[in-house]
Design a protein around this ligand. Structure first.
Ligand SMILES: [Zn+2]
Length: 107
């Protein structure tokens, strides 16, 4: 085998190895964000959690005045989705300060 041919074979082999290594690195670490417009799993989990509770309930029960304030402060929230408003609402119902709409006709 002529000496020039050996160099050509060695250079070709090195190029193939570098190409495979580059392809492997791109496959492993590149394109992490996914296709354009894709939403990461973390953002999806965040959104789903937000749909359950837009404001988190406190770890302690609300005082009556605090529950009234929360009901006014969270006026745009729904009891179904807002844990803070739901707790404030149940605090006021238990205290007899408000009567749920479903019980009003019973009186
Ligand atoms: Zn809320």
């Amino acid at each position: 085998m002529p000496a020039e041919l050996k160099y050509v074979v060695i250079v070709a082999a090195v190029l193939v190895v570098v190409g495979i290594a580059t392809y492997a690195v791109v496959q492993l670490f590149g394109n992490r964000a996914g296709p354009e417009g894709a939403v990461s799993a973390g953002k999806i989990l965040q959104r789903v959690a937000g749909e359950d509770t837009c404001h988190r309930a406190p770890e302690y029960p609300y005082a009556i005045d605090e529950a009234h304030w929360i009901m006014q402060e969270r006026i745009d929230c729904t009891i179904e989705r807002c844990a803070a408003k739901r707790m404030a609402h149940s605090t006021l119902v238990e205290a007899g300060r408000i009567v749920p709409a479903s019980e009003r006709h019973v009186r």
